[in-house]
Design a protein around this ligand. Structure first.
Ligand code: SF4
Ligand code: SF4
Length: 450
């Protein structure tokens, strides 16, 4: 689809160009009641109105005015950049304000029209060149392994040398997943047969970060689906779903990825699409909206989104067929924001875990509050992300768990880094890894050692 020509915002008076500015109708739904403030992580950190959902919506409203009172200047952009996109305000808002649509539109405006400082541009570009491209992420595995296995990592961490790095690079280092495990375990065939009578033919999204840093999660997902009677199709030509790009305002690239993802899974002719990364799932469920003006894709995108399911949703829908063996552990379940807020998936992961005999589910306090991961937030805003991570770790540890579980690779990385920095050796696993271990009858100790 040809890209629309958009006039420069300066020629219109307001802060935004004419290509999908934040919708005045959606903005007007905000009645300024403030119910969202207590669940907003940036408001919780700083108590600053302009770093709350209500304040950001107000800034957007001023940006729409043609008197030029508010422009895309560093102050405006900073308040928008501070937002984690966690969507806790969606859950909290009694007036149904669609903050997700507002912030996405605003971020796209910023990326089109605001000249970011060079260091910021370079960091973002580097992240966009790697994160949505598993083949490039794979290049990093070799050097990362050498760094970790040679003892360089422990030395660098002990020596305090890492404190000399720019904050974003320091955060990246702290988040590096341990590569002790064999990553080839996650190389999956294009089709896996259902065990027993087939109940569904499902497509499986591998995810960019998931496929490279958590291949064991994809392997577990495929095993569980097959054990539950699903024929699993994993198209080789699938690409990034575009979640990272849409959440950071890179609209054009995001929509290109969305179209390619639809193409790949349409060819696979599946009944449902299973996703085990919450950020990807919330984005794919939104394709119908994102591609609403694309004459070739609008209808297909709607049909595609209707088929998308988080792994926990599909497991609840199917009801267990494979026997579950006991796992005698206390698991602290951490709700990923893109599951609990963006997809309203809260009961399903608990229901899935609840089917595992002897597994005790613990509920950390402040469940609605983001752990600070939020896509690339912990890399571009490492300070507040670290504070939120530490806060989340305190809540998790207060439940005295044996293990921690969550449904999103970003949360797994953030929690592992936070727990490790706190001196805790607790393992953090994906929810589906517990289900897989239960079906296979693995000993609890094997999970605690992950
Ligand atoms: S998305 Fe999260 S950080 Fe952003 S305004 Fe809403 S609650 Fe606050
Ligand atoms: S809860 Fe909703 S209506 Fe109330 S201030 Fe927040 S966004 Fe506005």
């Amino acid at each position: 689809m040809a890209e629309p020509a958009v006039p420069n915002p300066a020629s219109r008076g307001g802060a935004f160009d004419s290509h999908h500015p934040p919708s005045p109708d959606l903005i007007d739904k905000c009645v300024h009641c403030g119910f969202c403030l207590s669940t907003c992580p940036t408001y919780a950190l700083w108590g600053e109105e302009m770093d709350s959902p209500r304040g950001r919506i107000y800034l957007m409203k001023l940006g729409l005015k043609e008197d030029g009172q508010v422009q895309l200047d560093p102050t405006f952009v900073n308040h928008m950049d501070n937002c984690l996109g966690c969507m806790a305000c969606l859950t909290a808002c009694p007036s149904g304000v669609q903050y997700d649509k507002l912030i996405e539109a605003t971020r796209a405006q910023i990326e089109r029209n605001y000249p970011r400082p060079i260091a910021d541009r370079m960091l973002r570009r580097m992240l966009f060149e790697f994160f949505p491209r598993p083949e490039r992420l794979r290049w990093l595995l070799g050097p990362m392994r050498i760094y970790q296995r040679s003892g360089l990592q422990s030395l660098a961490r002990r020596s305090g040398l890492l404190k000399l790095l720019p904050a974003s690079l320091g955060a990246m280092e702290a988040l590096l997943p341990s590569l002790r495990r064999n990553t080839s375990s996650g190389i999956l065939p294009e089709r896996i047969e259902a065990q027993g009578q087939r109940r569904l033919r499902v497509g499986m999204l591998l995810g960019c970060v998931q496929s490279i840093f958590f291949p064991e999660v994809n392997a577990a997902t495929a095993r569980v689906l097959a054990a539950e009677g699903c024929e699993v199709v994993i198209p080789k030509d699938q690409c990034c779903c575009g979640a990272l790009m849409i959440h950071t305002g890179e609209e054009k690239e995001a929509l290109d990825y969305a179209r390619r993802t639809i193409d790949a899974f349409e060819r696979a002719q599946v009944d449902a699409l299973v996703i085990n990364a919450a950020g990807c799932g919330s984005n794919m469920k939104d394709y119908g909206y994102l591609l609403r003006e694309d004459t070739k894709y609008a209808e297909r995108a709607k049909a595609f989104s209707a088929k998308c399911r988080d792994i926990s949703e599909i497991l609840v829908q199917l009801e267990p067929r494979a026997a579950r063996h006991p796992i005698l552990l206390k698991v602290a379940y951490h709700d990923s924001c893109h599951l609990q807020h963006a997809q309203a998936v809260r009961t399903q992961p608990r229901a899935v875990l609840g089917k595992i005999p002897e597994l005790q589910i613990l509920e950390p306090a402040e469940a609605a509050l983001c752990c600070g991961s939020a896509g690339i937030y912990n890399l571009v805003r490492p300070g507040p992300a670290k504070e939120l991570g530490e806060r989340k770790v305190r809540s998790v540890l207060a439940t005295n768990p044996d293990i921690v579980a969550s449904g999103n690779p970003g949360c797994l990385l953030q929690l592992r880094a936070g727990l490790s920095a706190s001196g805790s050796g607790l393992a953090v696993v994906h929810t589906v890894e517990l289900v897989d271990a239960s079906i296979r009858g693995l000993p609890a100790q094997s999970l605690r050692a992950r």
